[in-house]
Design a protein around this ligand. Structure first.
Ligand code: B12
Ligand code: SF4
Ligand code: SF4
Length: 369
């Protein structure tokens, strides 16, 4: 039985909620209804998740399957949930110039401070205000890591549509934004648009064509096992040899399907002041020479830490080989000879072989970096 808002509860003013969320630094707020048993508008999203998991597209991200029940039926996560407040935080700043020397490309969401922390702070401000309006209010917050299909709610809340790249596309802000969802037991029906946002991909298929690994296996469906983002961020341990060349120069994440999207062409950039893009380009040599623990510690407060020090150094070794960074040969040899981590030693051996092969094939001129 669905519980209604308590009769003694004062009604929360929806326009005031909008202002509060804007003051908390959240660029857009939309509200989606949470269906009683995860059906209604949510049903095709639930079906898409089931098919996706059945196909094994989650790779080794077993945590997605383990909490599938809550993703599929949001009220299993929070039985009293009536609405999902969906927030959008743009994160793309102007691209800093590529520095000299061997560098790896980092996905835009990780150029500055960890968006999880920024969103958490902002959402807490909204939550404090909600509690002041109705002390009995119940909420559940998901900032990326909750068992919530965030894009599905954001789409229903009118923030945009899910494009063929599987990205949520905001008509003004494009795709370079992070999402957060807060379930509440307040209906906020006034803020819910009557329908989902129309799909505006039209005949475009630029993302499908541009994805270098064919990871977008159908419109809106990404096979993580082919996605550079998965291998460089989520995968632990050795990256299989056949996958290593796929990384190209991508040392953490991948933005190719977003970079080619026409909806990003005129999208406003987030303020560099707020985001301070410090990690757009990774100094491969510095990462390879560092110890894994020291690298990890130096990245406090950055989303790069998700891959851990050893994962970042593994990626750096692969990218160094992919781009033919011969100047790093000595550093790579030191990892191959004496790094305590067997995965890194093996990856370094592979990198040295690949550098040799590139030079032998004439792919790298003698004076390459
Ligand atoms: C697991 C995960 C990944 C995995 C798997 C990617 C994937 N497509 O699922 C990997 C590691 C590969 C990944 C990569 C990236 N991710 Co990610 N990821 C997630 C996470 C944690 C869960 C996503 C999930 O549940 N996937 C399961 C599949 C089934 O869901 P889905 O891909 O969203 O598919 C939906 C639609 O496509 C739709 N759909 C598909 N077919 C059909 C058919 C019909 C009829 C309908 C109605 C719907 C439909 O239904 C699905 C469910 O809604 C979310 C955070 C969250 N809690 O939601 C972030 C999230 C989706 N990622 C995000 C980002 C930024 C990225 C990257 C851009 C990072 C980067 N630069 O490297 C890439 C982009 C890759 C891509 N093109 O999707 C953002 C997306 C923001 C946005 N604007 O959309 C999120 C929301 C994190 C956040 N809080 O901001 N990610
Ligand atoms: S993030 Fe890169 S590898 Fe993954 S789907 Fe997009 S273009 Fe393909
Ligand atoms: S690149 Fe084209 S097809 Fe892909 S998401 Fe953007 S508009 Fe849609």
């Amino acid at each position: 039985m669905v519980r209604d808002v308590k009769p003694d509860a004062p009604h929360i003013d929806p326009s005031a909620l909008r202002q509060v969320s804007a003051r908390a630094g959240l660029e857009w707020l939309g509200v989606a209804p949470v269906e009683p048993i995860g059906d209604g508008w949510f049903a095709p999203h639930a079906a898409a998740l089931t098919q996706w998991l059945d196909a094994g597209y989650n790779g080794e991200m077993t945590w997605l399957a383990e909490r599938a029940e809550e993703r599929l039926v949001p009220r299993h996560l929070m039985p009293e949930a009536r609405s999902a407040l969906c927030f959008w935080l743009p994160h793309r700043t102007p691209t800093p110039d590529k520095p000299d020397g061997p560098t790896g490309r980092v996905a835009a969401y990780a150029w500055g401070r960890d968006y999880h922390n920024i969103l958490r702070k902002s959402l807490r401000k909204v939550l404090r205000w909600l509690i002041a309006q109705r002390p009995s209010i119940r909420t559940y917050m998901s900032i990326d890591t909750g068992a919530v299909l965030e894009r599905a709610f954001a789409e229903r809340a009118g923030l945009g549509w899910i494009g063929k790249s599987a990205m949520l596309i905001h008509p003004k802000m494009g795709t370079f934004g992070s999402l957060a969802v807060m379930f509440t037991d307040e209906p906020f029906a006034e803020l819910t648009p009557p329908e989902r946002h129309p799909d505006r991909c039209g005949t475009c298929s630029a993302c499908l064509t541009a994805c270098p690994t064919g990871a977008i296996v159908a419109p809106g469906v990404v096979d993580a096992r082919r996605c550079i983002s998965y291998w460089t961020i989520e995968h632990r341990g050795a990256i299989p040899a056949h996958v290593r060349p796929w990384l190209g120069e991508h040392v953490f994440g991948c933005d190719i399907c977003q970079d080619v999207c026409p909806w990003n062409r005129d999208a406003p950039r987030a303020s560099a002041e707020r985001w301070q893009p410090q990690h757009a380009w990774a100094d491969l040599g510095a990462w390879i020479r560092s110890t894994s623990d020291a690298l990890d510690a130096s990245l406090e407060g950055s989303p790069l830490r998700r891959a851990r020090g050893e994962g970042l150094r593994r990626n750096a070794l692969i990218v160094a080989a992919n781009i033919g960074a011969h100047s790093l040969r000595g550093d790579i040899e030191r990892v191959a000879a004496s790094d305590p981590d067997p995965v890194l030693r093996e990856t370094a051996d592979w990198a040295l072989e690949r550098l040799d092969a590139r030079r032998a094939s004439g792919a790298c001129p003698p004076n390459s970096p």
